[in-house]
Design a protein around this ligand. Structure first.
Ligand SMILES: [Zn+2]
Ligand SMILES: [Zn+2]
Length: 181
């Protein structure tokens, strides 16, 4: 593991959120879709979802996308700080739902947009502080605009986790090997 479990989980959630708008599709068209997404994040203590939440989450998604598009420290640090300055934070230790002790940064009763901004914003802050922002990238497959965070030790990931790109990567590697052989 490169970062803590919480940080890596938040990075996964951020990637899923950004990719919900990839390739020109709207993966969060309505509140039902948002509810499924929120469920998948494992976020606890989220107030009932409203249309305002949907708008807030989509706006946040666009800001995360901006970070992936050019993950350079000088450009990204103000974006991360801006994100964290806007939301209520109230760090505390918790071991809810059988998880080990970990820190929640979002204030209790936070809306889902605040929740995501704090969790993903803090995760980005740790990544930036560790000088690891180059682990954020866009998929190298032609015609794919999904994003990824490479959490492999040897930083070898270039493609997103969609089946299509994984296969394309496979085929490309196979062809390269054949050419080399
Ligand atoms: Zn938790
Ligand atoms: Zn891809």
């Amino acid at each position: 593991m490169i970062f803590t479990h919480d940080t890596e989980h938040a990075l996964d959630v951020m990637v899923d959120l950004v990719n919900s708008a990839a390739d020109g599709a709207e993966g969060l068209p309505d509140l039902a879709a948002l509810a499924v997404f929120v469920d998948g994040t494992g976020a606890s203590d989220v107030p009932p979802l409203t249309a305002a939440d949907l708008a807030e989450v989509r706006a946040l998604r666009a800001r995360f996308r901006e970070i992936f598009d050019a993950p350079e420290t000088a450009r990204v640090v103000p974006l991360i700080n801006g994100l964290l300055a806007e939301v209520r934070t109230a760090p505390y230790l918790t071991d809810h739902d059988g998880h080990g002790w970990h820190v929640h940064y979002f204030a209790q009763g936070s809306r889902i947009g605040e929740h995501l901004a704090v969790d993903c914003g803090m995760a980005l802050a740790y990544v930036a502080a560790a000088g690891e922002l180059d682990r954020l990238s866009s998929c190298a497959a032609e015609g794919c605009d999904r994003v990824l965070v490479d959490l492999s030790r040897n930083r070898c990931r270039r493609f997103c986790d969609s089946r299509t790109c994984g296969n394309r990567a496979h085929v490309a590697a196979y062809r390269a090997r054949r050419r080399a052989g």
